[in-house]
Design a protein around this ligand. Structure first.
Ligand SMILES: Cc1cc2nc3c(=O)[nH]c(=O)nc-3n(C[C@H](O)[C@H](O)[C@H](O)COP(=O)(O)O)c2cc1C
Length: 173
């Protein structure tokens, strides 16, 4: 079987080198809208998507994520847009809901020619006082936790080939 959706799933790759040029608002809105259409437990649509594009906030989250990682490199690889995903931890499926939103946005991004990479450590970032202060500034309640983020932009490299899929991962019961 083959179709455009299956092809999109198979050709998406994590990109770690971005052009500095900002994506268009239409592109951004398309990716965000796709994220809001991701499935969520009991259909509660719990995750929130925080768009970071301004220089000061970008520098702040870069520093916060790098601090969790223990490096001084840019964990978002210089992508001009970062979408942070948080969800309320009192929902039993908060982590899965946020993960679905991230994956859906990655596939949507790829389908319109954008590059992306799922970035980790947002949970720890938003457990810090600095992270909590940012959440307050953005109007996000205290019961929300970070799940992950999407680095988003135009690739400044060739799309890598996917590694061979591991054998034995499909089990027919
Ligand atoms: C939960 C999760 C966390 C990830 N965290 C990072 C990360 O912090 N930094 C990074 O460069 N890639 C991260 N990735 C991307 C993976 O490294 C990538 O998906 C994997 O190497 C397979 O490559 P592909 O996405 O091109 O198929 C993460 C992916 C997932 C699903």
């Amino acid at each position: 079987m083959n179709n455009e959706i299956l092809k999109n799933i198979k050709t998406r790759r994590s990109i770690r080198k971005y052009k500095p040029r900002q994506i268009t608002e239409d592109e951004l809105r398309a990716v965000l809208e796709a994220g809001t259409y991701a499935p969520s437990g009991r259909g509660l649509q719990s995750p929130v998507l925080v768009v970071v594009q301004d220089e000061a906030t970008m520098a702040q989250i870069v520093k916060m994520n790098a601090a969790v990682m223990g490096t001084d490199s840019n964990p978002y690889y210089g992508a001009p847009t970062v979408i942070l995903v948080l969800a309320p931890t009192d929902r039993t499926t908060w982590l899965e809901d946020g993960s679905c939103a991230l994956d859906t946005m990655m596939l949507a991004a790829h389908s319109i020619g954008l590059a992306s990479c799922w970035i980790h450590r947002e949970r720890e970032m938003f457990e810090t006082e600095e992270g909590k202060a940012l959440m307050k500034k953005w109007g996000i309640p205290e019961n929300y936790a970070g799940i992950g983020a999407l680095a988003l932009g135009y690739a400044d490299c060739q799309l890598p080939q996917p590694p061979q899929r591991k054998e034995g991962r499909i089990i027919w019961a």
